[in-house]
Design a protein. Structure first.
Length: 329
């Protein structure tokens, strides 16, 4: 089944379609159905629900027994989140998807798990709309509108007042701060913790933002520069830590004279772990103002009116919106 066929089916059901996803309410439960193109055009659909309460093992085991062949529950570390991957095995993708939709809502009703009524943006009850905010959940339409306007205003202001020099300084300082856990672990526990090296580029990126750097591709470049600079600081700090352990303080001029040798002696392990940290944090440190604007625009596109008492749409289905593909996370 192709994406167009999936969207056509969803529109026939009266669901709201945005890019490669459909959003609706089934038996009172808001859901998101995200289509992914598979090998040889097969395609899969991930069905997502977000509820208030804990999905117990008994609920998941009961649901697993009722799912059609080719549909599996996906692991999630988010409380109240239920995601089921549907494939075309057995009867086909659309029948599997529809049966899974019915099985999931049935299991949630049986477990008496309610729909959240607290807006994730302002943490207040009385939601009047639905939007994709860490799940397809009830929100205040005004909160989504305000978030969109604030993000656009910040992006425009950053393009005017953002400064590369102050941003680079912030990235260098952030990289140094982010390297402290890895440095302490290395010199006092005497072993490398690879995951700590992920903090270094992330802290450099945060420092770049904190010091009002212009949020374009320069943010990524400066974050990597800050992470590399942290290796130099770690070498220098290592000299002082070693000296402190034997009760001696090296004069700064002496350490500066050793700097070429210290740079040449940076262990390859540092570079390997830092490269791994940059790779793992790439999705975070590569974000720009453009990405933030796209994200809020995608949330805005999924916004629909909602009446909690009726457990259904309060208005007609909106036309399909063609935009960037939505991520299922």
């Amino acid at each position: 089944m192709t994406l167009d066929e999936f969207l056509r089916y969803c529109q026939e059901q009266g669901w709201h379609c945005v890019s490669n996803a459909a959003f609706g309410v089934e038996r009172g439960y808001p859901f998101a159905a995200i289509y992914r193109t598979g090998g040889r055009g097969a395609g899969t659909v991930q069905l997502q629900f977000q509820v208030a309460g804990r999905l117990t093992g008994a609920t998941l085991r009961s649901l697993r027994k009722t799912l059609p062949r080719g549909c599996t529950i996906q692991p999630s570390n988010q409380a109240g989140s239920l995601a089921v991957q549907c494939s075309a095995a057995g009867e086909g993708l659309l029948p599997n998807f529809q049966r899974t939709l019915e099985a999931c809502t049935g299991a949630l009703r049986e477990a008496m798990l309610p729909v959240p009524d607290t807006c994730p943006l302002c943490r207040q009850p009385g939601c009047d709309a639905l939007a994709l905010v860490n799940g397809y959940v009830p929100v205040h339409a005004a909160c989504v509108q305000s978030q969109t306007q604030d993000t656009l205003a910040r992006a425009e202001a950053n393009q005017v007042s953002g400064n590369y020099v102050t941003g680079l300084i912030g990235a260098l300082l952030g990289g140094v701060v982010g390297s402290i856990p890895a440095l302490l672990c290395l010199y006092f526990l005497e072993y490398y913790v690879g995951i700590l090296y992920m903090l270094i580029p992330m802290a450099a990126y945060y420092g770049y933002k904190l010091f009002k750097g212009k949020m374009n591709r320069a943010a990524l470049v400066c974050s990597i520069a800050g992470a590399l600079f942290s290796l130099v600081v770690m070498q220098v700090a290592g000299v002082y830590i070693t000296g402190a352990q034997v009760g001696y303080f090296f004069p700064p001029a002496y350490v500066l004279g050793l700097l070429p040798e210290l740079l040449a002696a940076i262990p390859l392990t540092h570079y390997v772990f830092l490269a791994l940290g940059i790779f793992l944090s790439w999705g975070y440190i590569s974000r720009t103002s453009r990405h933030e604007v796209q994200n809020v625009a995608a949330v805005q596109a999924t916004l629909q009116p909602y009446r909690r008492d009726a457990g259904a749409w309060a208005g007609p289905s909106a036309p399909s919106y063609k935009g960037p593909e939505l991520d299922e996370r």
